[in-house]
Design a protein around this ligand. Structure first.
Ligand code: VGL
Ligand code: ZN
Length: 208
């Protein structure tokens, strides 16, 4: 017998208070200096969510790592990571296959040398922007499951948002094997509900 990868959820009908939150879907994480394993496969799936939210006129928020060139998280500064997502460089750009429109709200984080921020809420106006939009339910996907997705979901739950975790649109760094799976389990413990694109009611049939 085969167990489903995630618990089956009821179909989800999108509502006016829903928002899509894409975490750090940037070239350096997809296939650049800090490439997350299998991330290229997640991008077309996230693009489906983008089209679905855009089609319904629902808000699309994209967070991005936007580091100065001497950021404290970089190895040459004693941090854990290779240089990545340096503000204004091609590697910091969103993956163009997302087809983010001009209406997408961009939230930059970890923009100063001495501070890192995994959560899209940390040191940003994300919460304020969401409240102004009247958003109550967040559909969160992106990179990486075990770092910025996990931290963003944690902070969203702490701030009282309902969270649907887009399990088909996340990928993990897995510095230690199983980090991604453990992160998903923790997010579920915090109340995030795992869903897939096909759980959305009336989601457009796909043409690529
Ligand atoms: C991230 C490592 C370093 C992420 C950001 O977006 O998950 N991971 N900076
Ligand atoms: Zn970073």
């Amino acid at each position: 017998m085969t167990a489903p990868a995630t618990k089956r959820t009821r179909p989800i009908a999108l509502e006016a208070s829903d928002a899509l939150v894409l975490v750090d879907v940037q070239r350096d994480f997809v296939s650049g200096t800090l490439a997350v394993p299998d991330a290229p496969a997640a991008v077309p799936i996230l693009a489906r969510y983008v089209r679905e939210f855009a089609r319904r006129g629902l808000p699309i928020i994209a967070t991005r790592d936007w580091h100065p060139s001497g950021h404290c998280s970089f190895r040459d500064r004693g941090g854990p990571w290779p240089p990545h997502c340096i503000a204004g460089t091609p590697g910091a750009a969103f993956d163009e296959r997302l087809s983010l429109g001009p209406d997408a709200i961009v939230i930059s984080k970890a923009v100063t040398e001495e501070r890192d921020a995994y959560s899209g809420f940390e040191g940003t106006e994300l919460d304020l922007r969401l409240r102004k939009l009247g958003a109550r339910r967040l559909f969160v996907g992106g990179l990486a499951t075990d770092y910025c997705v996990r931290a963003t979901v944690h902070d969203a739950r702490e701030r009282g948002y309902e969270v649907f975790l887009l399990v088909d649109g996340i990928r993990a760094v897995d510095v230690k094997p199983g980090d991604g799976e453990r992160a998903i389990a923790r997010m579920q413990d915090e109340g995030a509900v795992p869903i897939r694109f096909t759980d959305l009611v009336g989601a457009m049939a796909e043409h690529g």
